[in-house]
Design a protein around this ligand. Structure first.
Ligand code: HPA
Ligand code: ZN
Length: 338
């Protein structure tokens, strides 16, 4: 989709984006430009033909395309260009802080060194404050459908870059790959001073959310919408105020939820869960951060105060230092109050 043009008369709410896969921001235009630059042939003749493939039946049907298109990402410049394109769109959508996932194994398995990925991304992220007014963090994800040994090898290979990495995460095909499979690598990450997050309860059962909490010791749960099937789990998440990074447009596109009007976001807020709204893979799911806010506002009839609560939650759930968090929370409070 084209970048949203900011409307100075009605700027979007300031917000943090905490669930965003940088590889999921690869728009068709950039995919074709990078394919040409790198001499890669895509299995689609045109951008329109590619866009027509964006119709998913479940998480795996999306992941197949997501991994296939990564073939165009080869050099430091490619990763820097990808991150710049995201940051420009995020800025137009009111994003003031972004905690960005990347999938090292999806690149190293294609012969792209981890250093190329990290150097390219950080080259762009290092300019984000000055160029886009956005603070950033990087979160390195392990692919849960790969082995525990592969995750451990990835973590060891990343040791030289840990000063640029804030947290580890867990993504890719969920069902059949419970969090407990990655207990050892999460223990190492925590020992190294990293924060921990994990996708759980998107397609997988509430038991996977319990494992993310009790076996991996996560600081946040990504998605987590299926927690609602287990009242004891909801009580635990509420008591500990464990943030959930919910992705509404993703949930509808991947058929986790039937329609936006059925989304359990209001029920989650009513239950006292610390819910945030995020875009996941915006190039594939039809919208960036503020597009997700607008989609839930319109379909679920959310009022301004609820949207403000969601924006505040996003900063509360972030890994920001307290002073920066407080400054952003003040921005939210001041927004639209003249
Ligand atoms: N779930 C799991 N893995 C992913 C996702 C997701 O929503 N997006 C990119 N990788
Ligand atoms: Zn995700």
């Amino acid at each position: 989709m084209p970048p949203t043009t900011p409307n100075p008369a009605n700027p979007p709410l300031p917000k943090a984006e905490l669930h965003l896969h940088i590889e999921g921001t690869l728009e068709p235009e950039l995919a074709f430009a990078l394919a040409e630059r790198n001499g890669v042939t895509l299995p689609y003749a045109t951008e329109d033909a590619l866009r027509r493939a964006y119709s998913f039946s479940d998480l795996q049907s999306f992941l197949n395309l997501y991994y296939a298109l990564m073939a165009v990402l080869r050099t430091e410049n490619d990763f820097a260009d990808l991150a710049h394109a995201y940051l420009a769109r995020a800025q137009a959508q009111g994003v003031r802080h972004a905690e960005i996932f990347f999938d090292p194994q999806a690149h190293t398995s294609r012969g792209v060194p981890l250093g190329t990925v990290v150097e390219g991304l950080t080259r762009a992220l290092d300019t984000a404050g000055e160029r886009y007014g956005i603070t950033t963090r990087l979160i390195m994800c392990f692919l849960r459908d790969q082995s525990a040994e592969s995750a451990l090898a990835t973590f060891e290979a990343a040791r030289p870059y840990l000063d640029r990495i804030t947290a580890v995460g867990l993504d890719s095909a969920e069902v059949g790959h419970p969090p407990s499979k990655f207990k050892e690598v999460y223990a190492l990450a925590r020992e190294a001073g990293l924060k921990c997050v994990a996708h759980a309860g998107e397609e997988g059962p509430p038991a996977y959310v319990w494992e993310a909490l009790d076996v991996l010791g996560v600081d946040r749960v990504d998605h987590g919408v299926r927690c609602l099937e287990d009242p004891e789990l909801v009580a635990r998440l509420v008591a500990d105020q464990v943030p959930l990074t919910v992705c509404p447009l993703s949930n509808v596109r991947l058929r986790v939820i039937d329609t936006m009007a059925d989304h359990p976001l209001p029920a989650m807020l009513d239950a006292g869960l610390l819910v945030t709204v995020n875009s996941d893979d915006p190039a594939y799911f039809g919208g960036y951060a503020d597009d997700n806010f607008t989609a839930v506002r319109d379909a679920l009839d959310l009022d301004e105060e609820t949207l403000r609560t969601l924006a505040c939650n996003s900063f509360r759930a972030s890994f920001l230092d307290e002073a920066t968090r407080e400054a952003y929370l003040k921005e939210v409070e001041a927004h639209g109050r003249g």
